[in-house]
Every structure is written in structure tokens, then in C-alpha cells.
Write a protein that binds this ligand. Structure first.
Ligand code: ADE
Length: 379
């Protein structure tokens, strides 16, 4: 938000209103981002956090590395990184976390801050619109603070340019004045840590990527980890749940803790209203059937994407834009929201000529796959 008493916001380096808008809570980004998050939020299996479940999400999030389940390799590496920095009394190296949405990038950033006894500022690529926005944020950091930048691949070029020296030399290069009287001044910054998060690693510029000392990829959680997460969350919520019901929920949660927590909450409601409150396997099964989440966690839209490729385009290959037009959806939304899990399940293939539905996708939908020769001919 611009302050009338200030120069244009991109030139305003005062740490007040002109830049406050860049410090956001999760999921309040720009309008395009909002469209995608909105679409994601409407789905029961959405990996993004819904506004009304922020409190629940927060209460179930692990606060320390020792409570964090799964992602064992990332956890191990992170533990060493943090312990080494602590022993040297230094700020930890800049860290980049990437992978599909909902897997715990924000949770890990908060854990890093907790483990380092540091404050955390949360912002996002699209909400830092001008260099001045970033300048206001970094000049307010103290030594050791964590600056979490979600969707870091969406930083614009001008902002990236001032982030480079801020990350590398802990310095801010500012231009003051205009025309012939313009002067460049270098401001020293305290040593802080950027934790960047992205779902699109390939879209990060090489210079930005190179400034992260540690880069970790988060993967979908395996079934064991998902079961432990569901059981832990049920315990925190005080819900009585059978082991088989834990399994039912874990299996349909798309390897994503946030989805598991949401399903658990809905199943708990169902158990309370339609049964005696205990989440038995039968109760979980009925509740999940009512939500139309199938046994692999696919919902109606996932099935629509697959059916479109199979029924309208003979199984593919078909271009992303064509699929998008067929189901009246944005190509970016399909790529960010629907595809990652379908690829993970092995239901979709990305080929140079477009997307193809695999034999597994046909089988899951109960559709007869074409003969191998026929599929080869199509490819
Ligand atoms: N809740 C959400 N993500 C979690 C995780 N990775 N471990 C434990 N609880 C979680």
C-alpha cells in the first residue's frame, strides 16, 4: 500500500506502509495466484491451506524437527546444517525447499526458525512487487532472522537484482535521487537466512538458485509416514480412531499431510453425527465415500482430466493447452494443481508431444486400455 507522504513505492525505502503489503500470511498472494489457490481450496483433496482451517493446520504442525514425520533425508541434512550453524553461532545458510504443494515447506521454514531460536518473516514472490518492498523487509531483519519467501520463482527481475547482494554480501544497493543527482549507496544488512520455497524449481533463475547454499527436494510421503501423521493428528485432536481407519485415511491422502488432516477432521465430524464418535474402519469408509474421494485419493476433477485425455483424445499425446480448453481450466492450474499427483501415481506421462494417459489410468477408471500396438501407433 502506498503512503502519500512517500516517493513512489518502488523508491520508498522507509520501513512502513509502502512495503507492509509485501509481508503476508500464507495464501494471500496476487490475483492470479489467488485464482489457483481458490480452485485448489475448493477441493477436499486440495494441497493448499483453506482460510478456515488455518488454526487447525497450525495446531497440527510439528514445531521441532524431532516431531516432524517423514522426509528423512531432508530432515537428516537439515539437522546437520542447523547444528553446525548453532555451534558456530552463525546464521544458517540460505535454504531452498522445492516440491509439490502441501508437503510441509512452510512447516519446515517455521521449524528452522524454532530450532535456531530466530524470528521468522513470511512473504511470497508475487507480493514483493517492487525493490522498495524487499528493501523495507530486509532492513527490518535482525541477525539470524529467517526470511521465508514462498513461491520464490515468482519474484520479478528488479526485485531479484537487489536480493542477490542482500543474500550474498548482506548488503543493499540503493539508488537515491534522480537523473544527474542520482547516487548509489550501499547499506550493510545483518546476516540473515532466506528460506525460499517453490513448486517450480525449473522456473528459478540460475543466479537465484546459486545463492542458496542448501537445496532440498520434498517428496510425497510414503504410506507409513502418512499413517503416523494421521495417528499423531488424531491424538492431538483427541479423536478415538481404529488402526484400520488410520490406514483408510492415510491411503486416500495423496501423500500429503495437509490433505490427511482435512480428511481426518471431516471423518471425525461424520463419526460424531452418524455414529458414536469413534472412528472405526467402517465409519471412515462411509465418510470418505460420501466425499467422493476414491481409494487412491482422486476426486472428480482428477478423474475428469484423465477421462478427457482418454475419451476425447484417444489417451494422448495431447497438449496441456488443449486439455485445459476441453475442461475449461487454466493450463497453469492443471500443471500446478492436478498433474503432480497424477504423475506421481504413474497415471500420466509427460512426453515431448503432450500428455498421455497410462495403462494404470485406464485400469483405475475401469476403461479397457487400447492394444499396445494401437497405443504405439498413436505415440
Ligand atoms: N503435520 C503436517 N505435516 C507433518 C509432518 N511432516 N509430521 C508431523 N505432523 C505433520
Amino acid at each position: 500500500m502506498a503512503n502519500e507522504a512517500c516517493p513512489p513505492a518502488h523508491l520508498c525505502y522507509n520501513s512502513h506502509k509502502c512495503s507492509d503489503s509485501a509481508i503476508v500470511e500464507e495464501s494471500s498472494f496476487d490475483s492470479n495466484y489467488r485464482t489457483i489457490t481458490q480452485i485448489m481450496s475448493d477441493r477436499i483433496v486440495s494441497p493448499s491451506v483453506k482460510q478456515e482451517e488455518l488454526a487447525l493446520d497450525l495446531s497440527l504442525r510439528p514445531k521441532k524437527l524431532a516431531e516432524y514425520i517423514g522426509q528423512d533425508k531432508v530432515k537428516e541434512n537439515l539437522k546437520i546444517l542447523l547444528e553446525a550453524a548453532q555451534a558456530r553461532h552463525e546464521a544458517v545458510d540460505h535454504i531452498l525447499l522445492y516440491g509439490p504443494p502441501g508437503l510441509g515447506k512452510t512447516t519446515l521454514a517455521n521449524i528452522i526458525a524454532n530450532e535456531m531460536n530466530a524470528a521468522i518473516k513470511i512473504t511470497s514472490g508475487p507480493s514483493i512487487e517492487r525493490p522498495g518492498d524487499l528493501a523495507a523487509i530486509v532492513t527490518n531483519l535482525r541477525a539470524g532472522d529467517i526470511l521465508f519467501i514462498d513461491e520464490v520463482h515468482r519474484l520479478n527481475r528488479a526485485v531479484e537484482e537487489i536480493l542477490y547482494p542482500a543474500m550474498e554480501d548482506f548488503a543493499l544497493d540503493l539508488i537515491t535521487g534522480k537523473g544527474p543527482s542520482a547516487r548509489s549507496i550501499r547499506l550493510k544488512l545483518p546476516r540473515f537466512t532466506v528460506v525460499g520455497a517453490t513448486t517450480r524449481f525449473a522456473m528459478l533463475s540460475a543466479p537465484l538458485r546459486d545463492r542458496f547454499g542448501a537445496v532440498y527436494r520434498l517428496d510425497y510421503y510414503d504410506l507409513d509416514a502418512m499413517q503416523t501423521i494421521v495417528a499423531r493428528s488424531a491424538h492431538i485432536l483427541g479423536a478415538e480412531i481404529e488402526a484400520q481407519a488410520v490406514m483408510e485415511i492415510a491411503q486416500r491422502s495423496r501423500g500429503t499431510p495437509r490433505v490427511a488432516n482435512r480428511l481426518l477432521k471431516r471423518v471425525r465430524d461424520y463419526a460424531q453425527v452418524r455414529a458414536d464418535g469413534t472412528i472405526t474402519a467402517e465409519v471412515a469408509h462411509q465418510a470418505l465415500a460420501l466425499m467422493e474421494v476414491d481409494d487412491l485419493g482422486l476426486d472428480e476433477i482428477d478423474r475428469k482430466v484423465l477421462r478427457t485425455i482418454i475419451e476425447k483424445f484417444g489417451g494422448g499425446p495431447v497438449g496441456l493447452d488443449t486439455i485445459a480448453a476441453s475442461i475449461s481450466e487454466e493450463a497453469d492450474t492443471i500443471m500446478d494443481v492436478y498433474e503432480p499427483y497424477l504423475l506421481q501415481l504413474g497415471f500420466l506421462d509427460r512426453t515431448p508431444r503432450g500428455r498421455t494417459a497410462t495403462r494404470h489410468a485406464y485400469e483405475h477408471l475401469g476403461i479397457q486400455p487400447p492394444e499396445r500396438n494401437e497405443q504405439k501407433r498413436l505415440l
